[in-house]
Ligand binder design. Structure first.
Ligand code: 5XR
Ligand code: SF4
Length: 302
């Protein structure tokens, strides 16, 4: 189908199904352009609670769609393709958590929202990059089990002074791990007036060079502070920022920092997803209930 026709069909099906499209900031430009809401996973999941729709097409990766489903159990949540998955979330297995728990039975389990629903069911509390240090600081324990992002674990340990046990031992995001000090140097040479906004999933040595360390939601909030930025996160974030702030300049720190799971979704998938009502995200009730408790605890504590 031609692109105009595809968009027309998507809009027609959206009305027919009483559906809305939510898209993460890393989605392809053409998908960002048709989305009803854009944001990071938590903003989207929270937004989903307040919308009057029966169906949510979630253009993002599986753990984000699961979080939306957990917070909106009565709505139908569709993931446009099963290939939209997060390599970092997939690194953490229940076995990692159970084994760490055996070694440190009194340590609370703190999980980054970038984790599966099943893993969240084993967590005492979930965190985002923005509130991780604050929440760990508040917990009544000097040792915490933390996963799956080792870089975020490192940041939390540094800020709180607590002992942080990373699960798995080397969890990371391959997209954010691409950024190196050479990218920082090149950015400074090419764009001497720009400031650096760096995602906390980047390596600690890159984070140390940042002007601000922020999630994608934080990048949007804080871009107003300067006119020119080099952006150390998934490439499409610069599309999102440029659309929001047409008078500012945003440069991707690397053009090859793209997330395969995010990029697996196309307009064609979104159309088929609405046409065939696929792929429906289901979280078993018992897991959903436990995961929801960990998420709600985060919302209370942050
Ligand atoms: O998970 C990602 O790759 C992106 C992100 C974000 O900044 O948007 O980290 N996901 C968020 O849901 C995590 C929030 O701290
Ligand atoms: Fe997961 Fe990294 Fe992709 Fe985010 S960018 S969805 S953390 S693999």
């Amino acid at each position: 189908m031609e692109i105009e026709k595809l968009i027309e069909e998507i809009n027609r099906l959206k009305e027919e199904r009483n559906a809305i499209i939510m898209a993460h900031n890393y989605q392809l430009p053409e998908i960002q352009d048709i989305a009803d809401f854009l944001g990071d996973s938590l903003e989207l999941a929270r937004k989903a609670v307040n919308v009057d729709a029966d169906v949510i097409v979630f253009a993002g990766v599986d753990f984000m769609a699961e979080t939306a489903k957990i917070l909106n159990p009565e709505k139908t949540v569709l993931l446009p393709t099963r290939r939209a998955t997060c390599a970092m979330a997939n690194m953490l297995t229940i076995k990692h958590i159970v084994e760490a728990k055996k070694k440190y039975p009194d340590a609370p389990v703190v999980l980054y929202v970038n984790s599966s629903a099943e893993a969240k069911a084993y967590a005492d509390v979930t965190v985002t990059s923005a509130n991780a240090a604050k929440i760990v600081g508040k917990l009544d324990s000097d040792v915490v089990i933390f996963g799956p992002d080792k870089n975020l674990a490192h940041h939390v340990a540094k800020v709180t002074g607590k002992k942080v046990i990373p699960v798995p031992p080397n969890g990371h995001c391959y997209v954010h791990r691409k950024f190196t000090l050479e990218d920082v140097e090149r950015a400074r040479k090419l764009y001497p007036n720009a400031k650096l906004m760096v995602h906390p999933e980047c390596e600690p040595e890159v984070q140390e060079q940042a002007d601000i360390i922020v999630s994608t939601g934080g990048m949007i909030k804080r871009a107003c502070e300067h006119d020119e930025w080099v952006v150390f996160t998934e490439r499409e974030m610069t599309y999102r920022l440029s659309k929001l702030y047409p008078n500012k300049k945003f440069y991707p720190a690397r053009n090859d920092a793209t997330c395969i799971g995010m990029k697996a979704i196309t307009l064609q998938h979104i159309y088929e997803s609405l046409r065939d009502m696929k792929y429906q995200i289901e979280v078993p009730a018992e897991i959903a209930e436990r995961a929801r408790k960990a998420i709600e605890r985060m919302l209370e504590m942050s």
